[in-house]
Design a protein around this ligand. Structure first.
Ligand SMILES: NC(=O)c1ccc[n+]([C@@H]2O[C@H](COP(=O)([O-])OP(=O)(O)OC[C@H]3O[C@@H](n4cnc5c(N)ncnc54)[C@H](O)[C@@H]3O)[C@@H](O)[C@H]2O)c1
Length: 288
C-alpha cells in the first residue's frame, strides 16, 4: 500500500485526542470512522469536532465549505466489525493503560484487513510494548499528535521491527494531513516535545506540592517570562487530569520516583472530585 491507496482512517477512542485527530484527517479528504465503546462519548465528540472545525474556520485554516465537507466525512460507531471494514490506517487514542491498549490491538487485529497500518497516540509507552499484540509488528508505529488547535507538530516513532515502508507511509500521511512530522530515529519515552514538557510540568508540580507558590503564581511566572498563553497548570487542564494521573503514576512506578508519587497523589485529589480539566470544565482552574 502507498499513500495514494489510503482512503479510510479508523480512530479508536472518541475522547480529547480522537476528536482532534479527526479534524486534519477529514479536512484532507479521508473518510474517518470514530469507534468508541461509549455511545455518549461519541455524541459529545461530534459536538466537540464541530467546535474545533469552527475554530479552524476562524483561524482561516479552512473555509466554512471545507469544514462542512469534512464533517460529512466523519462517522461514529460502537460496532467494531463495521469500524474495521476497509480501514487503511488506525490511529489509536484509548486511555493510557497498557492492558487496555493490548486488548484493543488484539481485537482489531482480528477484524482489520491485513494491509491496515496500526498507529498509537500513546503519550508514555513505546510501540515495542504492543508490537506483538497488533499481530503486524512491521505495520505498527507511533504517530503522536499534540493539540491540533494550536500546532501541527506530530511525532513519528517506529520500534525496531517497523518496516521502512510503514514509516514512509505514515510520514506521507502526516504531511498529506497538514502535519509536520518529527521523525524519531529510535524509541524514546515522551518523544521530543513531551520529554521537554515533562520536565516543566514536573517542576511546576514540585513547586506546588512543596508549597513554594500558588498554582496561579507558578503559571503567571511561566507566562510572564516566556510570553506563552498558558502556564504549566493550565496546560495540564488541557491535557486532562485523568491522563496526567495515568502518565505520572506510570512514570512514578517505572522510575521508582517518590517525588512523582507525591505529584500523582496531588493530581488524584482533583480526579477523585471529577475535576478532570477543560473537558469537565473544572480542573486546577474553573472554566464554567
Ligand atoms: N490528552 C492529551 O493531551 C493527549 C495528547 C497526546 C496523546 N494522548 C494520548 O492519547 C490517548 C487518549 O487520550 P485522551 O486524552 O484522548 O483520552 P480520553 O479519556 O479523553 O478518551 C479516551 C476514549 O477512549 C474510549 N475507550 C475506552 N475504552 C475503549 C475501548 N476498549 N475501545 C474504544 N474506545 C475506548 C473512552 O470511552 C474515551 O472516549 C492516551 O494514550 C493519551 O496518553 C493524549
Amino acid at each position: 500500500m502507498n499513500i495514494d491507496d489510503v482512503r479510510k482512517v479508523l480512530l479508536l477512542g472518541a475522547g480529547t485526542m480522537g476528536q482532534q485527530i479527526s479534524v486534519p484527517c477529514s479536512l484532507a479528504g479521508y473518510d474517518v470512522v470514530i469507534y468508541d465503546i461509549n455511545e455518549d462519548a461519541l455524541t459529545k465528540a461530534v459536538e466537540r469536532i464541530q467546535k474545533i472545525l469552527s475554530g479552524f474556520v476562524l483561524m482561516e485554516k479552512c473555509t466554512q465549505e471545507q469544514a462542512d465537507a469534512a464533517l460529512q466525512r466523519i462517522s461514529i460507531t460502537t460496532d467494531p466489525e463495521y469500524a474495521a471494514q476497509e480501514a487503511d490506517i488506525i490511529s489509536e487514542s484509548v486511555p493510557e493503560k497498557l492492558d487496555l491498549k493490548v486488548k484493543v490491538y488484539s481485537q482489531f487485529n482480528q477484524l482489520c484487513p491485513q494491509r491496515t497500518i496500526f498507529t498509537t497516540n500513546t503519550s508514555t509507552f513505546m510501540p515495542s510494548m504492543f508490537a506483538e499484540a497488533t499481530g503486524r509488528p512491521d505495520r505498527f508505529l507511533a504517530l503522536h499528535y499534540h493539540d491540533v488547535n494550536v500546532t501541527n507538530i506530530v511525532d513519528v516513532m517506529p520500534h525496531p521491527g517497523t518496516s521502512k515502508e510503514s514509516i514512509q507511509l505514515i510520514k506521507d500521511f502526516a504531511l498529506k494531513t497538514g502535519q509536520l512530522p518529527i521523525m524519531m530515529e529510535k524509541e524514546h519515552s515522551g518523544y521530543v516535545f513531551n520529554y521537554m514538557l515533562g520536565a516543566l510540568l514536573s517542576a511546576a508540580l514540585a513547586l506546588k506540592t512543596k508549597n513554594v507558590a500558588s498554582i496561579e503564581d507558578i503559571d503567571r511566572a511561566w507566562m510572564g517570562v516566556t510570553h506563552m498563553k498558558a502556564g504549566p497548570f493550565a496546560l495540564m487542564d488541557g491535557i486532562g487530569l485523568d491522563t496526567m494521573l495515568s502518565v505520572t503514576e506510570y512514570l512514578a512506578e517505572k522510575n521508582n520516583d517518590k517525588h512523582a508519587r507525591k505529584h500523582a497523589q496531588f493530581i488524584r485529589s482533583y480526579v477523585e472530585k471529577g475535576h478532570l480539566g477543560k473537558k469537565t470544565k473544572k480542573g486546577f482552574y474553573d472554566y464554567t
